[in-house]
Ligand binder design. Sequence first.
Ligand code: UDP
Length: 238
Amino acid sequence: MKKLELLYEGKAKKVYATDDPGYVILEYKDDATAFNGLKRGTIVGKGVVNNKISNHLFQLLERHGIPTHYVQELSDRETLVKRVEIIPVEVIVRNRAAGSLSKRLGLPEGTRLKSVVLEYCYKNDELGDPMVNEHHIYAMELATEEEMSRIADMSFKVNQILLNYLRDLNIELIDFKLEFGRFNGQVILADEISPDTCRFWDTRTGEKLDKDRFRRDLGDVEEAYQEILHRLMDRSAE
Ligand code: UDP
C-alpha cells in the first residue's frame, strides 16, 4: 500500500491517503497538547509508544468481537487503518471520578463510581469539545439513535474487556475516551487507545501512568508511557 498525500493533521496524529480509497495510514506524532491546546509540548518517543499500545489494544478488542478500524502496523509510527467517516461524538467512559468529572461534581479524584458513567462530547476544537446529551446529538444529527445504541453498547463492552485485561497487569483503568466511525454502513471503533486518551493508575502504588503526568507537570512522562507499553508487551510475550 503506497503512502500518498496528507489528508489531515490532528494534535497527535497525521492521516495520509493510500492508493486504496478504503484505507488510510495513521502516523503518530510526539506532540502533546492539553487543556484544549492551551498547553503544548513534546513527549519524546510518544508517537512510537502510542502506536504500539493502541495497536495492541485494538487487536485485543478485535479478538473479543469489537469491530475496529485496525488493519496492520506498518512501522514504529505508522499503522494502516480502514478509512472511516468519524462520528463527531467523543465517548468518555468512567469507572472512578477524575479530571473534569471530579471538578464538575465535586467528587474527590479516585472516588469509585457505583456504576459505569458514559458521557458524550461534541467533537469540535473551536468549541472545546462541549459535553452534550443524546437529545443534542439527535437534534444536531451528529448520529442516529441506532448508531448511539451501538456506540453505548460497544463502549461498555470495551470497558469490560480493557478493565479485565489491564487488571492482570496491575493497571487500573480509571477513565478513557473513544471515537467511532462509519464504515460500509457499520459503526466501528476508530482513533486510538493510549496513555493520551486513558487514565491508567498503578494498582499497587496509585501512581499515574498517563497524560496527567504531562498535564500536571508530574515529571517522568516518557517513563510512564514506556511502562504501560512494557507491561503490555511482557504479557503478550508469555
Ligand atoms: N480525554 C481525551 N481527549 C479529550 C478529553 C478527554 O482523550 O479531548 C480522555 C482523558 O485522557 C481522560 C478521559 O478522557 O482519560 C476523561 O477526561 P476528562 O473529561 O476528565 O477531561 P480532562 O480532565 O482530561 O480535561
